[in-house]
Design a protein around this ligand. Structure first.
Ligand code: DSN
Length: 417
């Protein structure tokens, strides 16, 4: 049959504009990255056409002989990458992966310990507006007021007092390494299961620059599209003991048909992340983050916790300019072609829609090949834009410098875009 002509659909003109935006502006959102052409080819493959409810070799539909191989290969690759006994590669997103673990081991009302959203946790770590906080009894821990690192003493006191069934580790806006060993010890002391949400740092773990939590935890969840640089999606790894419960929770418990095109792309990303080149990439992300932290600090910004030893920085804007909110900084920088997100800082007096901080990450610019010298340039551009806010010609000149920088580091030169 003759297919409709995609050139007639305005959506493709929108995609072309987004391609241009990604090529000509700086992507500093800590949870974003550029997937490889191979990952995108798998995502856009005919596997999108197939229904495959169930798991490899146990499906509810016929015709899954090739799909079974693909999903099995994805599971095998990710188990090797992280040293896990079992993988479920079907979660459509990180939030669904977390939901899968909760459904596998918790009953509604069970007590769980998780990091509070305003100290760097995630919505699914018990926020009252999220299913997690509505369905389970989350008790929150956070960072200390003194060094803004995870308050292990407070966490231990709460764990002993509340006897949670599950402890959730991991964060979305925490610039430091999270050592899994003391968390395992705490979980054992209080008889809790331990889940580590490694959505942000999965690529750093795979690349060997963050301790691998897998040997210490019952469950490791993550997204595949952040530092891991795969397609948008989620994944659950667990010990053999929990494999049946996790699989049953994901399907038929939560999801229907898996996205096998995405699962194929996850398999491609897992293989890419197992290479020596990916180890170099992960090390470069961290080196760039440290360089950007130093450069911004020299410009008068306060860094939450004093610096960064992973892929992100959390910036307190108040020392740079007491009147500048995260909301305004995000808007001004967007105008200048610098994409990042406003973020609360610990104990922020401003609301999450306004905030006193911004979060900055280096995974995407590192994929483009930028290094320490470019981080200094980026810090200068951020400062020029924020100082020049309200002055259209100042912002336009920063934007022109951003275009020039991005031109030298195109994410997909081989695609000619
Ligand atoms: N939205 C992700 C982030 O930006 O950190 C977390 O889900």
């Amino acid at each position: 049959m003759p297919w409709p002509n995609s050139a007639d659909d305005p959506v493709f003109e929108m995609i072309a504009r987004e391609e241009k935006r990604q090529n000509s502006t700086l992507q500093l959102i800590a949870s974003e990255n550029f997937a490889s052409p191979a990952v995108m080819a798998a995502t856009g493959s005919v596997l999108t056409n197939k229904y495959s409810e169930g798991y490899p070799y146990k499906r509810y539909y016929g015709g899954n002989m090739v799909i079974d191989e693909v999903e099995d290969e994805a599971r095998r690759r990710v188990c090797v990458l992280f040293g896990a006994a079992h993988a479920n590669v079907q979660p459509h997103a990180g939030a669904i992966a977390n939901m899968g673990v909760y459904q596998a081991v918790l009953q509604p009302g069970d007590t769980v310990l998780g990091m509070s959203l305003d100290h760097g946790g995630h919505l699914t770590h018990g926020s009252p507006v999220n299913f997690s906080g509505r369905q389970y009894r989350f008790v929150s821990y956070g960072v200390t007021a003194s060094d803004e690192r995870i308050d292990l003493d407070d966490m231990a006191a709460k764990a002993h007092a509340e006897k949670p069934k599950l402890i959730v580790a991991g964060a979305t806006a925490y610039p430091r390494i999270i050592n899994p060993q003391p968390l395992r010890e705490l979980a054992d002391e209080v008889g809790a299961l331990l889940m580590f949400d490694a959505a942000h740092i999965a690529g750093l773990i795979a690349g060997g620059v963050h301790p691998n939590p897998m040997p210490y935890v019952d469950f490791l969840t993550f997204t595949t599209h952040k530092t891991l640089r795969g397609p948008r999606g989620g994944c659950i790894l667990c010990t053999a003991e929990h494999s049946a419960a996790v699989d049953k929770a994901m399907f038929p418990g939560i999801q229907g048909g898996p996205l096998e095109n995405t699962i194929a792309a996850k398999a491609v990303a897992f293989a890419e992340a197992a290479t020596p080149q990916f180890q170099d990439y992960a090390a470069a992300i961290v080196a760039n983050s440290a360089a950007l932290a130093a450069a911004l600090s020299a410009h008068g910004f306060r860094l939450v916790s004093g610096g960064s030893d992973n892929h992100l920085l959390l910036i307190d804007l108040r020392t740079f300019d007491a009147d500048l909110t995260g909301k305004e900084a995000q808007a001004v920088l967007d105008e200048a072609g610098i994409s990042l997100n406003k973020n609360t800082i610990p104990d922020d007096l401003r609301s999450p829609f306004v905030t006193s901080g911004v979060r900055i990450g280096t995974p995407a610019v590192t994929t483009q090949g930028m290094g320490v010298a470019e981080m200094e340039t980026i810090a200068d551009l951020i400062v020029r834009a924020l100082r020049g806010r309200g002055d259209h010609s100042a912002i336009a000149s920063v934007k022109a410098a951003v275009v020039e920088l991005c031109d030298r580091f195109r994410p997909y030169p081989e695609l000619g875009v």
